[in-house]
Design a protein around this ligand. Structure first.
Ligand SMILES: [Zn+2]
Length: 338
């Protein structure tokens, strides 16, 4: 089979690799229905995160179970399943308190931009949908594998409650789905920080009430103006840079919450500033597995359509164009069909 492999910065190739096989009795092989390019794939693509050897790419996936290992009992061939980018046994103490992305036996999924994928710890990682989905539902279900689950965690970690004022820093797919999540959780006012017209439009469609185009100090001043001079109750940080993290912390009111899900690159926090900021910080890799059953239900019943973040759909063999379009911000998110 042919798969997407990153050889060097900006060098994605679609090349022949062996199809995955069951290695451990807890594995499953799934036939990918749709995969996509993640904002976090752009870190190695841009050379900011070094790669040491040719690396099969992709960690967002959904598809039909092709084969399971001998000890897999809850997942069966023929089911349509979604899993997280971190596998989890869903039984260890960390999983049981709902932090499956820190599972004691977790493995990072890679190589999902391919026709087939091996998923370790299949029973604890994969969640089956109530039946086989229609074509239209597949993009919505695919987002649950990462970006929708991550946006949801950002809002949950930022303690979004009915009536809250929420700020979302970052207008990538995760930030936009953070807006959608905050709306679902009952936020009254949702301020999206974006200077990109098509993304502002989608943010409004997902429930944003205000748009702030300023960044950095100016952005923080603008948020304060909109929030009685004190900042927002809940702020979702969905980028991962020093500037975005400080923008998030400084936009939060005393006693408020920052949910941070952007993978940090070069972020350093000043202890004294944190001390006087009086804010709660909670973030990390989203425990997507915890949210999968609830989010599948919301998608299945047509309550949310997170798949709208896919504004570019390509056959898998054009994966390199998907990366280019996202790198150049021509596309919010590229969906790939094997
Ligand atoms: Zn675990």
């Amino acid at each position: 089979m042919r798969v997407a492999v990153l050889h060097a910065p900006r060098d994605i190739r679609f090349e022949e690799r062996d199809a995955p096989r069951i290695i451990k009795p807890t594995d499953a092989i799934i036939r990918i229905s749709a995969a996509c390019v993640c904002g976090s794939d752009l870190w190695p693509y841009r050379g900011i995160q070094p790669i040491t050897e040719p690396t099969p790419m992709g960690h967002e996936y959904c598809g039909i179970v092709d084969e399971v290992g001998s000890s897999v009992s809850s997942i069966k061939p023929g089911q349509f399943v979604i899993g997280s980018f971190f596998t989890s046994d869903n039984t260890c103490p960390t999983c049981r308190i709902g932090y499956q992305s820190s599972c004691q036996n977790r493995e990072l999924v890679g190589g999902a931009q391919a026709p087939f994928l091996r998923v370790p710890l299949a029973d604890g990682t994969l969640v089956a949908t109530p039946g086989l989905p229609s074509e239209e539902l597949i993009p919505n279900l695919l987002t649950l594998s990462d970006v929708m689950g991550t946006g949801w965690f950002a809002a949950d970690a930022a303690n979004v409650k009915p009536g809250n004022t929420v700020v979302v820093v970052g207008d990538g797919a995760v930030g936009l789905l953070g807006v959608l999540s905050a709306r679902q959780m009952g936020a009254e006012r949702i301020i999206a920080m974006s200077r990109h017209e098509t993304r502002q439009k989608l943010a409004r469609e997902f429930g944003a009430t205000d748009i702030v185009t300023e960044r950095g100090e100016e952005g923080v001043d603008r948020i304060k103006e909109l929030t009685n001079g004190i900042g927002a109750d809940s702020v979702l940080e969905c980028v991962g840079t020093q500037e975005s993290m400080m923008q998030a912390i400084r936009s939060t009111r005393p006693g408020g919450y920052v949910g941070y899900v952007g993978v940090p690159h070069g972020v350093e926090l000043n202890g004294e500033e944190l001390f006087f900021a009086h804010v709660h910080l909670h973030g990390g890799p989203a425990p997507v597995r915890r949210y999968l059953p609830g989010l599948i239900e919301l998608v299945w019943n047509g309550k949310i359509s997170p798949g709208k973040v896919f504004d570019l759909i390509l056959p898998l063999d054009q994966v390199a164009e998907g990366y280019r379009a996202m790198d150049e911000r021509r596309a919010i998110k590229a969906l790939l069909r094997p």
